[in-house]
Design a binder for this molecule. Sequence first.
Ligand code: GLN
Length: 191
Amino acid sequence: MRIAVLALQGAFIEHEKMLTQLGVECFEVREREDWCQPKDALIIPGGESTTMLKLLTELQLLEPIRDSIEKGLPVFGTCAGLILLARKVEGDDVQRISTMNITVCRNAYGRQMGSFFIDGKIEGVAHPVPMTFIRAPYIASVGNGVEVLAEVSGRIVAARQDKQLVTAFHPELNNDTSIHELFLNMVGEKS
Ligand code: GLN
């Protein structure tokens, strides 16, 4: 298995470390040429979604990535990655990757309130997992085909649609590899 990690900005190295720890090969996507390499899945890290969107557009990566996801390439988006994958972000009409049938509320808790840590329950993992929220969004509503995987304080913070997985928090910033394992299992599932 070989996983592409979008490495334009943000916490991509932490995802790479997690994958390496799990014995999975990965490579960084920094430009269009990188994207042409064979891959089984994509990870879009946390960071700043506005900056990532600008770079994706300038590098002409936005459409090829959207196209691959629409054709079934598994994708895991954390925090800013979740924002990029959401079909709708409350308060704007910006076109992003926009492949997942969710509406997201961005910087939902204000700059400070969106940063906190808890151990939370997520569907598919037997034990509570560490969840680090950093200026985190939350999922305000989900549409057809989306399964809610985790809620914190009544707000949706993880979801799945087919082979798309998103978390509002950063599983790559702790030592627990469960959510990456969950994703890798999804990648291996027959569709
Ligand atoms: N609030 C950020 C954004 O809009 C996401 C924060 C994060 O990825 N930690 O992109």
